[in-house]
Ligand binder design. Structure first.
Ligand code: IPM
Ligand code: MN
Length: 354
């Protein structure tokens, strides 16, 4: 089987961590006997500063010709906030209709957990974040801009179809996940009474089609409290774009930090994109100190997505072993190893036959 992959190394430390992921891909493809081709795209801050271009229709069309995309990071200190995020990252998510942002929160070793008395068994859940609507739709307006009566309006857009496809994905995902089969809707029904009324109605409507799944609801503020106090309560959480953005940063922290957190921007019927969720970390660029495990874990998710499940598991297990047995810390510069050494360690820890 030949996999045709797009690679966007991106900005800052993105290229360094992607290089390690590709190193792991090279070896794991030999072990599991599949072939792949990669094509690199130079989207990011450097190209923007050089050409004034984020990405255009041709770029998007070329991306769509691939089976999946691996992304390093987008974000450049010399580019005004918003331009690259909207022009590249959100543009790809929206244009390729990657309507799910799947973010596993899994503690690989209790030594990396900032929470007292929590172990690997306590922190193992997944956030299904809606990835195409909500506040990210960019709807709104200024009224009387620049005057003392100015009003800035930012709307949350929730379509029945958009909500339903996200919830359906979450139910299906919970069904497949061999754990507790608990799905929690995380919202704010007590204040945001239009959006969350719709979400709650569709959630309750779909529920009976999945009788083996127990359903629960929590407000987003309470959810953050329980992430810290009782993370063991969670199995799968489904939520909207902005709440998902916020709670998954907290999720990343309780699983050990940005050095390990990976996510997938998923179009179940199309081309998906996988990324470490930590950003470009410009101050560490070129120093060979950033942790590549999140990017390697993102590669693992990509492999699962393209049907190489055994290879995906092999990669994940190697990441877990290296985190557990070798690294002193998951933070940049504190791992006890360089970026390239951590990549080598993962390669060394791949099981020879999956
Ligand atoms: C993320 C990031 C993005 C988001 C930014 C960079 C636009 O924070 O992937 O969570 O808000 O979705
Ligand atoms: Mn975020």
């Amino acid at each position: 089987m030949m996999h045709n992959l797009a690679v966007i190394p991106g900005d800052g430390t993105g290229p360094e961590v992607v290089r390690e992921a590709i190193k792991v891909l090279a070896r794991v493809s030999e072990i599991h006997g599949f072939k792949y081709k990669t094509r690199e795209f130079d989207f990011g801050g450097e190209r923007y500063l050089r050409t004034g271009k984020t990405i255009d229709e041709t770029d998007l069309k070329e991306l769509k010709d691939h089976e999946a995309i691996l992304l390093g990071a987008i974000g450049h200190p010399d580019v005004k906030p918003g331009i690259l995020e909207q022009g590249i990252l959100l543009n790809i998510r929206f244009s390729l209709d990657q309507y799910i942002n799947l973010r596993p929160v899994k503690l690989y070793s209790s030594k990396f957990c900032p929470l007292k008395d929590k172990t690997e068994a306590d922190i193992d859940f997944v956030v299904v974040r809606e990835n195409s609507e909500g506040l990210y739709k960019g709807m709104g307006e200024f009224r009387a801009k620049g005057t003392k009566d100015e009003v800035a309006i930012q709307l949350s857009y929730n379509s029945r179809k958009g909500v339903e496809r996200c919830l359906r994905y979450a139910f299906e995902y919970t069904r497949k996940r061999a754990r507790e089969k608990k799905l929690m809707l995380c919202g704010k029904t007590n204040v945001l009474t239009y959006a969350w009324d719709l979400w709650q109605r569709v959630f309750d409507e779909l529920g009976p089609q999945y009788p083996e799944i127990s359903r629960d609801y929590a407000h987003v503020d309470a959810t953050t409290m329980w992430f810290v106090k009782n993370p063991e309560w969670f199995d799968v959480i489904v939520t909207d774009n902005i709440f998902g953005d916020i709670i998954t940063d907290l999720g990343a922290m309780i699983q050990g930090g940005m050095g390990i957190a990976a996510g997938g921007n998923i179009n179940p019927e199309g081309v998906s994109m996988f990324e470490p969720i930590g950003g470009s970390a410009p101050k560490y660029t070129g120093k060979n100190v950033i942790n590549p495990l999140a990017a390697i874990a993102a590669l693992g998710m990509l492999l699962d997505n393209v049907g190489e499940e055994e290879a995906a598991q092999n990669v994940e297990q190697a990441v877990v072993k290296v985190a557990k047995d070798d690294l002193q810390s998951l933070g940049a510069g504190r791992m006890g190893y360089s970026t390239t050494e951590v990549g080598d360690l993962v390669v060394k820890n791949l099981a020879e036959k999956g």
